[in-house]
Design a protein around this ligand. Structure first.
Ligand code: PLP
Length: 430
């Protein structure tokens, strides 16, 4: 369907057919949901062996009685596992509670209150809160919860364009060089949420070098949430940012994060942060005021079932088997309906949790409204942009992990019809 080339009569005919179909969907009264970027029940079931894995033995290999207080940095075994995932030394890892998002939030909170480098020897801080305006670069479309953290602190967000290689690094470098108030950038380097892109080697090296052009209070928030969430084989490898940081002497400028939320249990996983030892110790000092120690019993039971990176990768293959048919279902609908059209663009990710879909400009809200009317809930328009404002009102994040393939199939039929109907309506109104 090419609306730009269609005659008025053709558009009217399509409009009539699509409206009849839309009304039929409405009459079916379905209640489907494509918003939830969370693991399905069968994915969670893959980790049920966590239950009882300790069998009464709570002592870790390093001698820690995991039931007791302490161990703010995490069990040695868990730090070693995270170091393998993130490509750092175990000493450069802190193992947190169940949420990497909380670690990101705390990093911003501590930087805001005390400065990202903590207090210097004379007790002076470089707290972000004392700097007047604080700005963050936000590659878009991106992850709404990153943006919510910035909003909570009143941190001004600047949109940065993304392409298949990651953020537009020319734009990033020139903004940072000219605006000392920019204190951070959000990055999801592998299977980016939602575009699915994998940052290129050049982008990663340039991110590692930002520490040399930015102020010492600047941090790259490198959220590698989908580090091992591959759908294809062989899985693409993400170049190691820490190696580039070592090459350029910027180890403290990058904060890496990941977690087992979408590996084991989303609500009872283990989260990790990696950076220079200096940063880890500064963070630990502040964290030690808020907590006496994390849930090490959970860390130990994770280590019992996932001992190393090889175990983790083979576990993730089972996730891929469950996720692949769901992604394929969405992609087949999109190909069938829009491959030969001027209505849409989308990505075919090799991993992660999302498919990013662009309508013709100005139509995302209307497509979402029409889909809801016909029984399919979609992520709100604008959610993938700072302040919930998609300047072109065109991006929609599709999240196929949670519903069954049958439900995705039904939801996609409604979604595709809504896209067509909204596009024809817009064209007719021109
Ligand atoms: C990019 C990204 N980061 C972080 C998270 C949340 O991670 P956690 O469960 O470890 O807090 C998500 C969850 O959807 C995500 O997509």
């Amino acid at each position: 369907m090419y609306v730009d080339q269609a005659t008025h009569e053709q558009l009217q005919k399509w409009h009539q057919e699509l409206s009849i179909q839309h009304d039929a969907f409405k009459a079916n009264g379905l209640n489907l949901d494509l918003t939830r970027g969370k693991p399905s029940t069968s994915q969670l079931d893959l980790a049920n062996m966590l239950d009882g894995a300790l069998d009464g033995n709570y002592i870790a290999d390093d001698g820690t009685d995991t039931r007791n207080y302490g161990g703010l940095l995490g069990l040695e075994g868990m730090r070693a596992l995270a170091a393998e995932i993130l490509g750092v030394n175990p000493k450069e890892v802190l193992v947190g509670g169940n949420s990497s998002l909380t670690l990101m939030y705390f990093n911003i909170f501590f930087a805001w209150q005390f400065g990202p480098n903590g207090l210097d020897s004379s007790g002076k801080s470089s707290a972000w809160k004392d700097e007047g305006t604080v700005k963050f670069l936000c590659p878009v479309p991106g992850y709404d919860r990153h943006f919510s953290i910035c909003e909570e602190f009143g941190i001004e967000m600047i949109n940065v364009a993304m392409d298949d290689n990651g953020p537009d690094m020319d734009q990033v470098e020139s903004l940072i060089a000219n605006e000392p108030s920019i204190k951070g950038i959000w990055c999801v380097p592998k299977y980016s949420n939602p575009t699915g892109c994998i940052y290129s080697e050049d982008t990663i090296e340039r991110l590692a070098k930002l520490g040399n052009i930015a102020s010492p209070n600047f941090r790259v928030f490198y959220d590698n949430a989908y580090a091992v969430h591959d759908l294809t084989e062989p899985a693409p490898e993400l170049p190691n940012i820490m190696e580039y940081c070592r090459k350029h002497g910027t180890e403290s400028s990058v904060l890496q994060f990941t977690s087992t939320s979408k590996v084991t249990f989303a609500g009872a996983g283990v989260a990790f942060m990696a950076s220079s030892e200096t940063n880890i110790n500064t963070f630990k000092k502040h964290l030690g005021i808020a907590s006496i120690g994390p849930d090490k019993v959970n860390q130990l039971r994770h280590l019992k079932v996932i001992k190393n990176l090889a175990d983790l990768k083979s576990h993730m293959k089972k996730h891929a088997e469950l996720l692949r048919p769901r992604f394929s279902c969405v992609l087949e609908h999109l190909k069938e309906n829009f491959f030969e059209s001027d209505l849409a663009e989308w990505n075919s990710p090799e991993g992660g949790y999302f498919i990013s879909f662009d309508t013709r400009p100005g139509l995302a809200s209307e497509v979402i409204r029409l889909s809801a009317e016909a029984g399919v809930k979609l992520t709100p328009a604008g959610a993938t942009y700072p302040y919930g404002k998609d300047p072109e009102d065109k991006n929609i994040r599709l999240a196929p992990s949670f519903p069954s393939v049958e439900d995705i199939n039904a939801a996609m039929a409604i979604f595709c019809n809504s896209v067509k109907l909204a596009s024809v309506q817009q064209k007719l109104a021109e």
